[in-house]
Design a protein around this ligand. Sequence first.
Ligand code: IMP
Ligand code: MG
Length: 207
Amino acid sequence: MQDDIDRVLIDRAAIADRVKALADQITGDLCAAAPDGGAGDHAPPTDPVNITLIPILTGSFIFAADLIRHLPLLLQIRLLSVSSYPGASTSPRQARVRDEMTHLPASLEGNHVLLLDDILDSGQTLQMAIDLLRDRRPASLHTAVLLRKRRPQAMAVPVDYVAFDIPDEFVVGYGLDFNDYYRNLPDIVTLKDDVVRRGQQAEQHAM
Ligand code: IMP
Ligand code: MG
């Protein structure tokens, strides 16, 4: 697996630092919004508001796991599974909800929702998820992405929290995949061209 890496774009230490900083910012904002929120010391509100975090699976599971452990707040996790890069594709296709992996309540009324995604590329996935959640009438809806590609479509989508802006390149690691592999790489990296080419050829033969 290590041999397939072209270069490290963001290493694990930089990711850890930035995720912690983002979590502190989110905690401050949520505490400020809560009736008894201790925004100053980041203490959990004594009369908690309903906070619901919704990671978009599969790509954001590691980001979500790291982020929530820096949020000292009473909160619930609900899951939304969306597939937009089926197989060994590196360019976006139609995003669709995978019902079997999605666990959302019918109503989110009274809930302050934070939607998490791994990467903002064409913006399709996030926009679809936002529309789906708005129908469930949350008290508020905010969005956080680990990565945002510096391309016009991605920059045009309003997001509340962005950990890193990156060049418009295909990346894997820290939850992001190519053909469902490489999610376990601790750093965010690019793959060698021939690895991507071989992955795409293998997929075509399997079809
Ligand atoms: P969008 O709908 O085009 O914004 O793409 C978002 C989804 O596509 C993400 O949640 C990822 O699962 C996937 N994706 C987009 N860019 C990349 C990438 O560079 N590497 C791996 N997955 C990506
Ligand atoms: Mg993916």
